[in-house]
Design a protein around this ligand. Sequence first.
Ligand code: ZN
Length: 203
Amino acid sequence: MKFICIGRNYAAHAAELHQTAPSEPVFFLKPDSAITRCNRPFFLPDFSQEVHYETEIIVKINRLGKCISEKFAHNYYEEIGLGVDFTARDLQRKCIQQGEPWEIAKAFDGSAVVGGFLPKSRFEDVQNLSFYLLLNGEKVQEGNSRDMLFTIDQLIAHVSQFITLRTGDILFTGTPVGVGPVHINDHLQGFMEGEKLFDFKVK
Ligand code: ZN
């Protein structure tokens, strides 16, 4: 499996990174080795001094698809969850400045935290899901999928023009505003529509 991650899908987050909102979805990949499974600890890598959390709605692809039209994209996922796209912000800044690929900042081991999933049938509208992150008990990040610049279905349609989606692939749909650093012993808890979907510590 692979992780497909969307960059700058919330205008306010793009602004906090001093970047413009994209005119079409921007995405990058993480390999399967990036996974941190639900509620296992996240291990801070020693090559970065500034690892940020990015709390994101995640979507589990449930069938093979290529060149999926937006109209049919909803048939390609049944479960929606919450994850963290950990990012070595210092390395990412350097990569951007030098025009280099982002993998060292984004695709490192453990950087894709996959929390729990809920069936999308539980929700009236997948584009109206509220979620938030508690860092050591304090709410530091809050978002709603209605603020996405590109909907989940638009993201699936766009990405699948270029890359075949396979069963088990996971789409990270972008982070809202409020990203920030984590430190050893931090405690992260993620909630979507009031339900706790991850709970883990930074080691
Ligand atoms: Zn992200």
